[in-house]
Design a protein around this ligand. Structure first.
Ligand SMILES: [Zn+2]
Length: 438
C-alpha cells in the first residue's frame, strides 16, 4: 500500500499539526442535553422505544475519524471543521491498520468513529483489525450485522466514545455524521435517520460497475471511464513486461487475473493506492478522475508495479510454504514489503527517474539508520527502499529473488541463505553501504 509523494508527507504534517492543536486545547467530549426530533430518528414512536433514556453524546473537537475505502475525506473534513475536530485517518481499512502503530497513543485519548462504506469495503475485513487496537472499536461489533444500514452505533468504553457509522453510500454516511455534528445522539443503541420519502430520479449515468479484461489483468470501472480502463490495462501489461525481464515468474505465480479497481473522484485520498492481496485487487483513482497535481504516467506505472509486488510476494510465499507473512513469527518485516514495492517501482520507471522523484524523501532516514535498526524507521517506504537497494548492490536481482522463493523457515534465514550474512552482519554491511553512498 502506498499513499504517496510530495502531497503525502505534507498531509501527514498537517494531521500532526491538527493533533497538536487538539492536544493543546485539552478539551473533553461535551455531553450536552440536546433533543432528537421524532422525524429525524427512527424508533421514536410507540412504547419500548430503545432510544428512550439512552445517554447522549455530542461530537466535540476531540473526535477522530477512521475511514475505510469509499469515504470522501473532503466532505468528512468539512463536517469535522464545524466542531473544530481535526483528526482524520483513512482511505482504506488497510491504510488505517498500517498507521495504527503511529497514531495509537493519540487515538486512545480521543473519541473515535469508524466510517464504513460497505459498497467499497468488506465488513469482514474488520476481523483483521489489529488485536491490540481492538479497544478503538465498539465491543460486540458482531451484533451490529443484524441492523440494516445505514446506521450509527456509539458506545462509551474506557472513558472514551467508540463508534461506527455504516452506510452503502457516502451520502448515507454523511447524513448520519451531519446529525452528530448538529446535536447530541444516543449512546449504546444503533440508530439511523429517516428522511422524508422522495421519488427516485433517473440516474444521470450508470452506476453498476463494468469490467474489461486484457492479458493478466481485469479493470473494474464505472461506465463512462472505458478509456481509463483501456489505458490502465495497457500500462499494467507494460509494467508486467518490464518486471518479467527481472522476475520471469512474475505473472505465472499469480494464478487469477489481477483486478485494477478504478475509483471515482474523491473516493481515495489524493496520491493514494493500495493492494488487497487476498483478492489480487489493486485500487487506484481512475486517471481521468484524478487531480493531475498528484498523478501522472510515472505515478501510475510506478504504483502498479509497487502494488503488484504485494500480490506477487504473497503468492510466492504461498507457493514456497516455509516462512509466512506474519512478522511476529518469522515473516518479513514491513520495511521489506514496502522496500520490495519500491524496488519494483524502480525496476519499472528506471533508476534515474526514481532518484529524481524520490531521492530526497528516501535519502532522509540515512542518518537515523546509521544509528538505529531498520525496524525502528518511521518511513518504512524510505527505509525499505534503501535496504532493497543495498541488497541489489550486494546480491543483485537474483539474490533478492532467492529471498522471495526461499524454503527457509524464517525471513532472516532466507536473507542469510541469499546473502551469506547473519542479521548482525547484514546490519553492519548495510550501514557500511549507507556511509559509502550517502
Ligand atoms: Zn505498499
Amino acid at each position: 500500500m502506498l499513499r504517496y509523494a510530495r502531497a503525502g508527507s505534507k498531509s501527514v504534517g498537517l494531521i500532526l499539526l491538527l493533533l497538536l492543536a487538539v492536544t493543546l486545547a485539552g478539551c473533553t467530549g461535551s455531553t450536552g442535553p440536546g433533543t432528537l426530533s421524532p422525524q429525524e430518528l427512527s424508533g421514536t414512536d410507540g412504547p419500548g422505544n430503545p432510544l428512550e433514556g439512552a445517554p447522549l453524546w455530542r461530537m466535540g473537537r476531540d473526535t477522530a475519524f477512521l475511514a475505510g475505502a469509499g469515504v470522501n475525506s473532503a466532505s468528512v473534513r468539512t463536517l469535522q471543521q464545524r466542531v473544530g475536530a481535526g483528526f482524520y485517518l483513512g482511505g482504506s481499512l488497510q491504510y488505517v491498520y498500517d498507521r495504527l502503530p503511529i497514531y495509537r497513543d493519540d487515538l486512545r485519548g480521543l473519541d473515535t468513529l469508524l466510517l464504513l462504506n460497505i459498497s467499497t469495503e468488506d465488513v469482514t475485513k474488520l476481523a483483521a483489525w489489529p488485536q491490540r487496537d481492538r479497544s478503538l472499536l465498539p465491543a460486540a461489533l458482531e451484533d451490529l450485522v443484524r441492523y440494516e444500514p445505514p446506521f450509527a452505533y456509539l458506545t462509551r468504553q474506557g472513558g472514551r466514545v467508540r463508534g461506527i457509522v455504516v452506510g452503502r453510500t457516502m451520502e448515507e454516511i454523511e447524513r448520519l455524521l451531519a446529525v452528530m455534528v448538529e446535536r447530541s445522539v444516543p449512546l449504546g443503541v444503533p440508530w439511523t435517520v429517516k428522511p422524508a420519502i422522495f421519488a427516485a430520479e433517473p440516474a444521470s449515468k450508470g452506476w453498476t460497475r463494468e469490467t474489461m479484461e486484457r492479458g493478466r489483468f481485469r479493470a473494474s470501472y464505472i461506465p463512462g471511464l472505458e478509456a481509463d480502463a483501456e489505458r490502465m490495462l495497457a500500462w499494467a501489461e507494460d509494467v508486467l513486461g518490464k518486471l518479467r525481464a527481472h522476475f520471469p515468474e512474475v505473472d505465472e505465480v499469480v494464478e487469477e487475473p489481477v483486478t485494477l479497481w478504478l475509483h471515482g473522484a474523491g473516493e481515495l485520498q489524493d496520491g493514494y493506492a493500495y493492494a488487497e492481496t487476498p483478492s489480487a485487487t489493486l485500487h487506484f483513482t481512475s486517471p481521468s478522475a484524478a487531480d493531475s497535481r498528484y498523478y501522472d504516467h510515472t505515478w501510475y506505472v510506478g504504483n502498479i508495479a509497487h502494488e503488484y509486488s504485494h500480490v506477487f510476494f504473497d503468492r510466492m510465499r504461498r507457493r514456497a510454504g516455509a516462512y509466512g507473512m506474519d512478522a511476529d513469527s518469522g515473516g518479513p518485516p514491513r520495511w521489506f514489503h514496502e522496500g520490495l514495492g519500491e524496488y519494483f517501482r524502480l525496476l519499472v520507471i528506471g533508476e534515474q527517474t526514481f532518484d529524481r522523484i524520490y531521492g530526497q524523501r528516501y535519502g532522509a532516514p540515512v542518518g537515523f539508520l546509521l544509528e538505529s535498526p531498520l525496524e525502528a524507521a518511521e518511513d518504512v517506504y524510505a527505509a525499505g527502499a534503501l535496504a532493497l537497494r543495498f541488497l541489489d548492490a550486494r546480491v543483485g536481482v537474483e539474490g533478492i529473488r532467492r529471498i522471495l522463493v526461499s524454503s527457509q523457515p524464517t525471513f532472516w534465514d532466507a536473507v542469510h541463505e541469499a546473502t551469506g550474512l547473519s542479521r548482525p552482519e547484514f546490519d553492519q554491511a548495510f550501514r557500511d553501504w549507507l556511509r559509502r553512498n550517502r
